[in-house]
Design a protein around this ligand. Sequence first.
Ligand SMILES: [Zn+2]
Length: 175
Amino acid sequence: MSMVTMPMAEPADEQLLLNLLNTTPVVDGQERDELGDFALARQWLAANGQKAMKHEWQGLLELRPVLQAIVRGEQSPTALAAFLDGVGYWPRATADGLDWDLRAPEGRVAAAKAVVAWDALRISSPGRLRACANAECQLFLIDRSKPNSAKWCSMAVCGNRMKARRHYHRAGETA
Ligand SMILES: [Zn+2]
């Protein structure tokens, strides 16, 4: 059997994946949904290079909690099966050889890209896509540091907040 080189997700799809995971941030203690209505979602889709269509939005809304649970280790990736119906790669002849185009049913294109990007990351960068270590933060991060030891979505936000809290607790214990 010969080796098959699968097309890899593009960097833009990796960003789409991370941005999708991060559309339910907690702001001032309240969960916010950046895809909460179609007006918001339309802008979000366009900003992420996707077709600003209702079906695409709905597809992402269905996928989002599944992907978030999988990245948190709370759900099996078998749950992704529902998002792979009719998804495939098709070869296209170019001046250099072949390119592979992702095809998915209408309304499932953005979701399929995010799923493929998730799997590409799983293989190329195992364990580097994860939830922020701040239990009150619902954001995710892709750790690109050499030691792969980043804990927080952002040092400026959660990193400092968690440090300040530890300091506060220590100060409280000794007082
Ligand atoms: Zn965080």
